[in-house]
Design a protein around this ligand. Structure first.
Ligand SMILES: NC(=O)c1ccc[n+]([C@@H]2O[C@H](COP(=O)([O-])OP(=O)(O)OC[C@H]3O[C@@H](n4cnc5c(N)ncnc54)[C@H](O)[C@@H]3O)[C@@H](O)[C@H]2O)c1
Length: 352
């Protein structure tokens, strides 16, 4: 049986372990964390394998066939260089790095080695994307608008932009990845961020943006705006929603939840917004929230994401992986360009 090892046994590591426990055709052989009790707890949950604090020792002893890398954003680099050097296929959590030079170098070496890799953009495996791609086939999109507002995640490193990459790189990256998945490559970004709504008293060690707004121009001419934040207390959060608009039809895409299409047929013509809206003829009318054709998420896309990578390693065929390293690298460079724009106050051209 092929052997799987994991480096980083924290929150997202536990999510992946929950999936592995459903797979009977791989051996859970090693778990590594700087905090040994976390690795030991994963061994206990797995019912197999050995706990390590030193990933090199684990690689030497276990000789894994694949590795899941689930470490915080600031910790990327040496671990991946070692895996590439040893030729071990790996799955790594987003963001693959928070430094452009490091991301570029890692991507170069992964490509040169031709390794099977995957990155944790699991939303790409959701069934709602089939409905979304169907919409894009039928309608030429000209604008997009995205938003996501929530609170501050509990892990300590998240609150420090130097360690996490900041709210946009760490959290909003799922939106950026889906925008790229649907609309192709971005050309320019202009981002502004705001701080000061969250206090040190509330979250000690909090040195990151509370929210950010980004204007994106895609190479195909589509214009998008995106506002996301982590400032919201209970009740103030809102859906992770994107709207894609063409001249005849539009699509609401609620990440990991549903797609609703309006305007492709006469039956689904009304927009879903409540209250008075301006119709195509310019008149104000009350909308009909019953309209629209909705497709709901009904698959465990996180499980499919992990299984797709494992199957790729077992068969040697990585073609079904929807977010290989080289593609995720572009999403990370997209996000880091937004950070650069925030820092300089200038629009930034995206270069991979
Ligand atoms: N795909 C998703 O939807 C999703 C969701 C949550 C988190 N994540 C990503 O997963 C990553 C980790 O997040 P988390 O919430 O699990 O963080 P976490 O802090 O809960 O876990 C990270 C673990 O890595 C360990 N670690 C750090 N450096 C290490 C090293 N050199 N060797 C071994 N272990 C090391 C830490 O001790 C910790 O236990 C982040 O990049 C985050 O963005 C992705």
């Amino acid at each position: 049986m092929k052997k799987l090892a994991m480096i980083g046994c924290g929150g997202i590591g536990g999510y992946h372990l929950g999936h592995f426990l459903q797979f009977k055709d791989i051996e859970l052989a090693g778990f590594c964390d700087l905090i040994i009790s976390r690795a030991e707890e994963f061994v206990r949950r797995a019912g197999s394998g050995k706990a390590y604090v030193d990933y090199r020792k684990m690689l030497d002893e276990v000789q894994p066939d694949m590795v899941f890398v689930c470490i915080p954003p600031y910790a990327h680099g040496q671990i991946e260089f070692e895996l590439i050097e040893r030729g071990i296929p790996f799955f790594v959590e987003k963001p693959i790095a928070i430094d452009e030079d490091l991301a570029r170098e890692l991507n170069k070496r992964v490509t040169e080695k031709g390794l099977i890799t995957a990155v944790g953009f699991q939303c790409r495996y959701d069934n709602i994307n089939d409905a979304a791609f169907q919409f894009f086939k039928q309608e030429q999109v000209i604008v997009a608008q995205a938003s996501r507002v929530g609170g501050v995640p509990g892990v300590e490193w998240w609150r420090n932009k130097a360690q996490s990459g900041g709210q946009l790189v760490e959290q909003t990256i799922h939106q950026l990845d889906i925008l790229r998945y649907f609309l192709g490559e971005p050309e320019y970004v202009y981002s502004v961020a705001a701080r000061g709504y969250i206090s040190q008293k509330e979250w000690p060690g909090y040195f990151t943006d509370d929210l950010s707004t980004t204007l994106i121009v895609f190479k195909n001419g589509v214009q998008a705006t995106m506002m996301t934040g982590c400032y919201a207390l209970e009740g103030a959060a809102w859906d992770s929603k994107m709207t894609f608009g063409g001249r005849n039809a539009r699509m609401d895409y609620v990440l990991c939840e549903r797609v609703t299409v309006y305007g492709l047929t006469p039956e689904d013509a009304a927009p879903e917004v409540e209250g008075l809206v301006i119709k195509g003829d310019g008149a104000l009318r009350r909308s009909d929230s019953e309209k629209g054709i909705t497709t709901r998420s009904n698959v465990d896309f996180g499980l499919i994401c992990d299984r797709t990578f494992i199957d790729a390693v077992l068969t040697g065929d990585g073609s079904k992986i929807r977010s290989p390293y080289g593609d995720a690298y572009k999403t990370v460079m997209f996000a880091l360009a937004c950070n650069k724009s925030m820092a300089t106050g200038q629009p930034v051209k995206i270069e991979y």
